[in-house]
Design a protein around this ligand. Structure first.
Ligand SMILES: Cc1cc2nc3c(=O)[nH]c(=O)nc-3n(C[C@H](O)[C@H](O)[C@H](O)COP(=O)(O)OP(=O)(O)OC[C@H]3O[C@@H](n4cnc5c(N)ncnc54)[C@H](O)[C@@H]3O)c2cc1C
Length: 416
């Protein structure tokens, strides 16, 4: 069976690997000159399966109001003349109830935990190396109020079967000694020991090479201009160089999936949420964290990825704009170096922005679509690296006629 995978980010490339491994004739089309050159390039590196809480929650509304109009806010919402943003926002608001928050957490958790298992299996069965660290994720809190809220969130996740321990400041310092150099007056943290971190770009390169060894072919520098309908099927993919056809198609174009799906009459509720990262070469080994950190106040994640200290996060609803705002980039750097001042030099930071493909309920769009031979593997939002391996395996199983190892109820487009 011939399958075309649209998009060579971490999601599309992982899918290509599992499809090729299952013996299919796999072709991957991407406009860039290699894998993972857009949102999968320089993200926060966390495999945060135990952090499956959606953005849409009752607690987000008071916070969002407080942040409105502040240029240093972790979440910036630009009111734009963009009907797709308004439609997305209405769906997002509808998901801000306690019941939906819990339901969406459970759904994301299902695919995120499965994905972590698949990653661990891959590490056991292949020689894949991507600067991974399996030391958990430590969320730190700067005020007693946010610490109590963090402890309550940890209890909820524990009820759902995730281990997240509450640690006082001293225990945080014991767990991550590099925090002792910090001036930040954090009061405590919660630690999920089973979470991991690793370099998403490196992983995508490696799994792309593995896919090629299994026979997958990558067509880089090829822009998809539209999908061609043939009845209720995709009849082909139009690119700048011609039309490519296959038996099945997988849509993994990240934030751009919505635009291309429109050709088939599909309205995917995905909106780009811009985030920043700064990568600094580690100059002082003792000064950089070994445990991946989440700074709740600044909505930042901080990871050691080989010799690099990566600070990533914040969110901005600014359409498809990826330009780097120097003020916002510096805020990211300052917040990271405030916590780990000895990790490296501020003037050696490399800045990047990426567009998270976010759905209103933070659950990806995974599985069959109403179009017979079109499969969706997109909309992974803040946790695309966390969910990519498992999502790829699920799609390969579906196309190959095998029953996926997890229940897909609530993960598909039919929920909208
Ligand atoms: C600042 C930041 C920090 C993050 N931190 C984390 C983290 O710590 N942990 C985590 O799990 N996730 C994190 N994420 C989220 C994660 O990076 C994304 O969810 C993930 O990279 C999405 O992967 P993707 O393959 O769906 O999309 P992409 O990586 O964007 O891949 C889509 C591909 O489609 C191609 N494409 C698009 N349009 C076309 C077209 N018309 N023709 C041909 N090709 C096209 C692009 O070139 C690209 O290669 C973070 C994101 C950001 C922005």
């Amino acid at each position: 069976m011939k399958v075309i995978v649209l998009g060579a980010g971490v999601v599309g490339t992982s899918t290509a690997y599992f499809l090729a491994k299952a013996g299919m004739d796999v072709h991957v089309i991407d406009r860039q000159e290699g894998v993972a050159r857009e949102t999968s390039f320089a993200n926060g590196g966390q495999i945060a399966a135990n952090h499956a809480e959606p953005w849409a929650a009752p607690s987000v509304l008071p916070k969002a109001l407080k942040w409105l109009g502040r240029t240093d806010a972790p979440l910036l919402y630009h009111l734009r003349l963009d009907p797709s943003l308004w439609a997305w926002t209405l769906k997002f608001l509808a998901n801000c109830t306690p019941g939906r928050e819990r339901r969406n957490t459970v759904r994301t958790l299902r695919i995120a935990l499965y994905s972590r298992t698949i990653l661990q299996r891959l590490r056991r069965e292949t020689a894949i190396e991507y600067d991974h660290l399996a030391r958990g994720i430590l969320n730190i809190f700067h005020t007693p109020k946010s610490f109590s809220a963090g402890a309550r969130a940890a209890d909820v996740m524990s009820e759902l079967g995730c281990e997240r321990r509450t640690l006082d400041r001293g225990a945080c310092l014991d767990l991550e000694p590099a925090l002792r150099f910090s001036d930040a007056p954090f009061v405590g943290g919660t630690w999920s020991p089973h979470d991991e971190s690793g370099d998403c770009f490196l992983f995508t390169q490696r799994i792309g090479e593995m896919a090629q060894k299994e026979g997958a072919r990558f067509h880089f520098g090829t822009t998809v201009t539209r999908l061609l309908a043939k009845g209720n099927r995709v009849g082909g993919v139009e690119t700048a160089t011609g039309v490519e056809t296959a038996d099945a198609y997988v849509l993994s174009l990240g934030s751009y999936s919505r635009k291309i799906a429109q050709d088939m009459g599909l309205n995917l509720p995905i909106y780009p949420a811009k985030g920043y990262s700064v990568s600094i070469p580690i100059e002082n080994d003792e000064g950089a964290p070994m445990v991946s950190i989440t700074d709740d106040a600044h909505k930042l994640v901080l990871s050691r990825l080989g010799g690099i200290f990566r600070i990533a996060g914040t969110a901005e609803f600014a359409g498809y704009d990826t330009t780097i705002d120097p003020v916002r980039a510096r805020q990211t750097l300052d917040a990271g170096l405030h916590l780990f001042p000895r990790a490296g030099s501020r003037d050696r930071g490399e800045y990047w922005t990426g567009l998270r493909p976010v759905t209103p309920d933070s659950v990806p769009l995974l599985g069959r679509s109403p179009i017979e031979n079109l499969y969706l593997n997109t909309g992974h939002g803040t946790l695309g690296w966390t969910m990519a391996a498992g999502s790829g395996r699920v799609i390969a199983d579906l196309i190959g006629g095998r029953r996926p190892e997890i229940d897909l109820t609530g993960l598909g487009i039919d929920r909208f």
